[in-house]
Design a protein around this ligand. Sequence first.
Ligand SMILES: [Zn+2]
Length: 405
Amino acid sequence: VNLSPRHLARACAFALAASLALAALAQPPQSLNAAQRQAIQRDFAAAFAAKDWDRAEELVLRWAESRPDDWMPMWNLAAVLANQQKFDLAAGAIQRALDLGWTDFRLIDLGLPRELESSAVIRRVRRDWRALQDAALERRFQQIREDFAGRYTLTRDPDTRTAIISAFPPDQTDAARRELARVRAWWIDNVLPADEPVARVEGDTPDPWIIIILPTQADYRRWTGEHLTLRASRSSVVAGVYDPERFELLTQDRGPTLRHEYLHALHWRHLKRLNHSPPPWILEGLATLVEDFRLNPEGRLVPSVGDRTASVARLARSGQVMPLQRLIDLPLDTFNASAALNNYALAQSLFLYLHARGQLRAFYAHYTQHYAADPSGRASLEAVLGEPLDKIDRDLRAWVLRQRP
Ligand SMILES: [Zn+2]
């Protein structure tokens, strides 16, 4: 599962933090239910786009009330206030976002009004960027120690800006670290463009820490009970989550789910540099690729067919595989709804197919370069495979039927 945000339309010279689709998951139980909160965020986005600042302010304040520990409504409140020329209040809202754990400082480079650029809080973020990120990680660790029942340790890997907050003994935490290193190597070797660093570590503006939380089963169950919405918790298959706004990953296993969610984390790091927000078939197709694998003679991870492929093959035999155009068009809330497993399986098969055809890196490069022209990804699929979508559809189904998990 991935808490993918949709970036709101940038209506003015102040980038909003992402918000809409995030509401699908990871919401603490407040007086509003998840559907009400989603409605407020959607109405806020509409009011913001229409530059109805009074209405936008009222809505974002309600959003903030329902999410008192969340930095995102505070940042968006700052955007509204700045558009009303209330710069001191806007700076105050940004300070509040900082206190609540905002570390995605890249947002300030997407365009701030001059009056805010010179505010004390923004000057402090620019000056103490790294120290503020380090302090936020430390605070998060203390919070976990207070909120969770297990005994947790913090391990930092400064070379990749990855931190592990673990309830497990050192040898098991180390095993998880090796798992992360494998996923990272695969991402670099197979997808990430050669000129992109997997983590910006040096310099004055490093990437935020990715925080990997490895909780006890009991803490995990309690956390999902409190934070996941009814629909997600009823389905009882949420094995892990990655929140790209908090750069935070929580998983109940240290195998397939850890790899899946960490791939999301690495992918989002690149997406945030690009300011892209791809559809779920691409997000989940990439993440599911590292779930099932074999090791090659050099000890490197090679994606392989598994249960998800087998389930697509079963559907293919009875002619029930969804056409690719429909998969491509699925918005996040539908993607994660009742037929979620089928959607994940088909996305994985498509990406396995791209990988088998040797076109995975080419697809990723083409897609990121042509994102503005076609955010759906269909044109990139057709371009790198050199075929129209209906042909890819047929070839993919035939390929799936030939695989032996
Ligand atoms: Zn996912």
